[in-house]
Design a protein around this ligand. Structure first.
Ligand SMILES: [Zn+2]
Length: 139
């Protein structure tokens, strides 16, 4: 079962869609578009390092970064990755990435806009600062 949530842009908390203020920090959620997040076992997407040594499933709502939800041990090796560098969201079908970082995120070599959801597709190469990954559809 996937469920619809509003993810706070300030603190990353997942709020139920009927909340217009973040439960954790009180930030305004009225302009935050709801997204679908999945549950374990439902992942359709996977992110893996370009060398293939590490990977993680993406259910929706995960942050990546030195203090992120996924691959934090691995990206800790980079001095250029932010604590919460970017977030993955899915609508149940498509997958999106939002950059929050200091040093940026590139998609197939092009820098993506900050604080804005960008759709990513099967086989895309995504780089958080100096660390590159491939997105795979796990279907
Ligand atoms: Zn919040």
């Amino acid at each position: 079962m996937s469920k619809e949530v509003r993810i706070c842009e300030n603190c990353g908390a997942k709020n139920s869609i009927d909340r217009l203020e973040c439960e954790a920090c009180g930030s305004d959620l009225s302009f935050v578009a709801p997204v679908f997040i999945g549950e374990k076992g439902e992942a359709k997407w996977r992110i893996k390092s370009t060398g293939g040594s590490v990977s993680a499933e993406i259910f929706g709502g995960e942050t990546i970064g030195r203090e992120g939800d996924i691959l934090s041990d691995y990206v800790n090796d980079s001095d250029y990755i932010s604590r919460k560098h970017a977030r993955f969201d899915t609508d149940g079908e498509k997958i999106f990435v939002t950059d929050f970082s200091t040093n940026g995120t590139t998609l197939n070599g092009e820098k993506i806009p900050k604080n804005q959801m960008t759709e990513i597709k099967n086989g895309d190469e995504i780089a958080f600062a100096d660390m590159a990954f491939i997105i795979e559809n796990a279907d």
